[in-house]
Design a protein around this ligand. Structure first.
Ligand SMILES: O=c1[nH]cnc2c1ncn2[C@@H]1O[C@H](CO)[C@@H](O)[C@H]1O
Length: 342
């Protein structure tokens, strides 16, 4: 990693600043201790029951290997209480980093496969969301995603979208393997007709053509990752002109081996091209990181003076209410003033 530039904002300031998280996967945000506890109840799962052994389990050989591990952890959830405990724990970890607003991506398929009933899943998410608002002043909205595995049933996800469940559902996502994005056109058309946002992953494991399809066919409001836009200057221009925002997670890209090292990360090129970007944590414990650390890494890659801009981009590209947006922007402006004062 390049050495820190004359830091406008210190690592301590970044740790303390109020934050926004737009790209974090529900099960992928689970602490090692919670995963180990769940695994102890499912010895057949092959997931380590010792938190320190999880570190090795989380060493991914490539993106597909990462997806297999993710699926194994999702299947550990077997009751609504499991889902509630896991979700509240994950939201507490965000609140402790001064996250004020999160859009968390839930993959219903992975959890229902483990035997959690659909109503139980929805109730657990509703209760966790209410607890976060009450106990930590953390506003939570949800994105439901379709895992793009061949043959995976998407109607489960669409049914929940139609019922507007869970409370605070704001958008439809598309995760898992990067099969052609255009195959999912009908689902995203239905979601948009329901007033939901379109936030597919693209340009992570596959090239810039997936970003073009996400833009043109899925009418993406934002794109998960999208970093491989740098392989096609025309796609960079398309993103910048349309003002479509990329949710960038540097450590995720290094750990799934989409990018070889931090120095190779395309973040500086995206900024130079005028593409709006935010910094996110993706699956933080699985990648040995946190949102705070991702922002500190971004500061080292492109200069800490960019951090307030990333946070403003994030709230601007979010599906938060105007009230939440206004109150966050005031808090952020305050934090900037204090950095200058002191
Ligand atoms: O970085 C990521 N890229 C793509 N999918 C991801 C990522 N992190 C977690 N998932 C999750 O993997 C599921 C497969 O069961 C996806 O649906 C997605 O939510």
């Amino acid at each position: 990693m390049s050495e820190d530039r004359a830091a406008a904002y210190s690592h301590a300031w970044i740790a303390a600043v109020p934050k926004i998280e737009l790209h974090v996967h529900h099960v992928g945000a689970t602490s090692a201790d919670t995963v180990a506890d769940l695994a102890a109840r499912h010895p057949e799962s092959g997931v380590p029951t010792d938190p320190s052994a999880l570190e090795e389990f989380y060493r991914f050989t490539d993106f597909d290997h990462f997806l297999q591990v993710y699926a194994a952890i999702s299947r550990l959830l077997s009751t609504p209480e499991d889902v509630y405990r896991l979700t509240v724990g994950n939201l507490a970890d965000l609140a402790a980093q001064h996250v004020r607003y999160v859009e968390m991506t839930v993959t219903p398929n992975g959890i229902l496969t483990g035997g959690v009933p659909r109503e139980g899943l929805v109730e657990a998410l509703d209760a966790a969301r209410a607890a976060a608002a009450r106990d930590w002043d953390l506003t939570v909205n949800w994105i439901l995603d379709i895992p793009a595995f061949t043959g995976e049933p998407a109607e489960v996800v669409m049914d929940l979208c139609e019922q507007r469940q869970p409370a605070g559902l704001v958008a439809l996502g598309l995760g898992g393997p990067e099969t052609p994005r255009a195959d999912f056109a009908a689902y995203f058309g239905r979601a948009r007709a329901l007033g939901l946002g379109s936030v597919p992953h693209a340009g992570e494991a596959s090239g810039p053509e997936s970003i073009r399809a996400a833009l043109q066919v899925l009418k993406a409001d934002r794109i998960g990752h999208g970093i491989r836009a740098v392989e096609d200057p025309a796609v960079l221009v398309e993103l910048a002109d349309a003002g479509v925002h990329l949710e960038v997670s540097p450590t995720s890209n290094v750990r799934t081996r989409v990018v070889q090292t931090y120095e190779d990360h395309p973040l500086p090129t995206l900024l130079a091209a005028g593409v709006p970007v935010s910094i996110n944590s993706d699956d933080p414990p699985m990648f040995g990181t946190t949102l705070t650390r991702e922002l500190q890494i971004a500061a080292q890659l492109v200069g800490s003076e960019q951090i307030p801009r990333f946070l403003r981009n994030a709230i601007g590209a979010s599906f938060a209410s105007d009230t939440v947006k206004r109150s966050y922007l005031a808090e952020l402006a305050d934090a900037e003033t204090h950095a200058r004062d002191g």
